[in-house]
Design a protein around this ligand. Structure first.
Ligand code: SAM
Ligand code: SF4
Length: 478
């Protein structure tokens, strides 16, 4: 059983648990996997067993078109078995773009003279949150550069500020953070302030490449970033999100790096990551990554999502509007369980009344370019058309159901009883308060269809709660 008390700061691994040579050698060994071997790995994954580093390596090395299709289909089947048709929705919220680091791929790099630097005041942040609540969002990921002015105290105050905003019937009920690594005390502070998932992307697990692309600043320290979640877990923050930035190094290596990191957290703390993110490198103001040898093609991208789904069946997978709609729809089929909708990533991008706004200026505040500009309602419409059930559920985190092997996966019937039901209830809230006429009508048709899956008492309970939502009550969940 995970108990933060039992760990001391001194326990934080001094030596990195990712050995780059070891990963390269796994990558090489996986190249010799036979058809039979690949199929037996697929079978193991379909039995919901976690895959080892070697087994994952066998999958990432598959180049045969038909075999890749089999892997994708298996991933789609596994996803359906475990998650059903729910897709969780969130919005990113950038609060400031000051940064001390020189990351060669990022528009916020301290060496980028063309970026319009700003930090939102807490009043401006409230305006942004009001705008987000007005379109129906309940879950945000706040993000910012790395800078002394964005320390743990700032993040804790930010969380309190965002939770305090209540626009109409809206509220942000869960705030995830994507920010710089903290020390143990800092993680404790943001946990106490009510953080959801704390996300930190390693960007690349290859140390040599890491040092090439992180040219100066604190982020240049590979180990400090790699051991961030050891410090978080020792601080009692057991809800963490891993990630890599695809396009910095060989994607096959990065997939193995992620699995190595998951293995470390599971074996040391008995807690796996809540989510994995895998953004592809996008163009950004002042960033030049032309003719990049590590670019990940659409085909490989969709395939790697499928491999990850099979390798870590119980970890949420996040895709953002960095990807165009067509790609998003494809990876939803094979593994992704959370997406954003109606995203604006310019600092201050959501509300037009912020004093400094203006199209040209706003553009200079973005970290990179987005490829899916659809509104939340349009994204939801698309999900409905494809039979997905949009979910704004935040119940587990609010009821303290986090950490060691998420309840949803360890308790038989949990997903049906809680996740699926709460998806229906929170989607109904959206339909009542924010949806366009068309989406409301189609959305309720979808809910009716999904209600047919219940037998007996559970269905009755959900229908009672649904009626209460239609009569104006909010925030009802199981
Ligand atoms: N500054 C913090 C950090 O670096 O961890 C917080 C978050 S940063 C705003 C969020 C993530 O954006 C980074 O971890 C990186 O993976 C991603 N990112 C940076 N530049 C990007 C680009 N050009 N295209 C796609 N993603 C990018
Ligand atoms: Fe700063 Fe993060 Fe961008 Fe690096 S990725 S320059 S740390 S905002």
């Amino acid at each position: 059983m995970y108990n933060p008390q039992q760990y001391n700061i001194e326990d934080i691994p001094e030596k990195p648990f990712v050995d780059c040579d070891e990963i390269e050698s796994f990558l090489l060994r996986g190249k010799n996997g036979s058809f039979e071997q690949v199929r037996s790995v697929i079978c193991k994954a379909l039995n919901r067993e976690r895959l080892s580093l070697y087994e994952t390596s066998v999958l990432v090395n598959v180049t045969d078109k038909n075999l890749r299709e089999e892997i994708k289909e298996a991933a789609g089947e596994l996803k359906k078995k475990i998650y059903g048709n729910r897709i969780v929705l969130f919005a990113p919220l950038y609060t400031g773009n000051y940064c001390i680091n020189e990351c060669s791929y990022c528009g916020f790099s301290c060496k980028n003279q063309r970026v319009d630097r700003t930090s939102l005041t807490f009043d401006e942040i409230k305006e942004q949150v009001t705008a987000l609540e007005s379109c129906g969002h309940k879950r945000v990921v706040v993000s910012m550069g790395e800078h002394p002015c964005y320390g743990s105290g700032y993040i804790a105050d930010l969380l309190k500020t965002i939770y305090s905003v209540k626009e109409g019937k809206g509220a942000i009920r869960r705030i995830n953070v994507n920010a710089a690594p903290l020390d143990v005390e800092g993680f404790r502070k943001v946990k106490d302030a009510g953080v959801g998932t704390y996300q930190i992307f390693q960007e690349t697990y290859n140390k040599k490449r890491y040092r090439e692309v992180h040219r100066s600043g604190k982020k240049r320290d590979y180990e400090w970033r790699l051991t961030a979640f050891d410090r978080a877990l020792k601080a009692g923050l057991d809800d963490v999100g891993l990630g890599v930035l695809l396009g910095l190094y060989d994607w096959r290596y990065e997939v193995l790096g992620l699995i190595r990191h998951v293995n470390h957290l599971e074996s040391t703390y008995n807690v796996g990551p809540h989510t994995i993110s895998f953004p592809r490198l996008k163009s950004a103001l002042g960033v030049n990554f032309e003719n990049n040898e590590y670019d990940v093609s659409d085909e490989d991208f969709v395939f790697l999502v499928a491999v990850l789904r099979l390798a870590v069946p119980y970890t949420g997978m996040i895709l953002t509007a960095r990807e165009p709609a067509a790609i998003r729809d494809m990876v939803l089929r094979y593994g992704v369980s959370q997406i954003d909708g109606g995203s604006k990533i310019g600092v201050g991008g959501y509300s037009s009344s912020c004093s400094y706004m203006g199209i040209e200026k706003k553009h200079g505040r973005e970290q990179f370019a987005l490829n899916d500009m659809r509104s939340l309602d349009e994204v939801i419409h698309e999900l409905i058309k494809n039979g997905y059930l949009p979910s704004f559920c935040t119940a587990c985190y609010r009821l303290g159901r986090t950490g060691e092997h998420f309840m949803e996966f360890s308790v038989p019937g949990f997903i049906k009883r809680f996740c699926f039901s709460n998806a229906i209830l929170t989607f109904a809230e959206y339909l009542e308060d924010y949806a366009s006429v068309l989406v409301k009508q189609k959305g309720y048709n979808l809910i009716d269809k999904n209600l047919r899956q219940y037998r007996g008492k559970e269905g009755e309970k959900v229908i009672t709660l649904l009626n209460r939502i239609r009569n104006g009550e909010r925030d009802l969940f199981l």
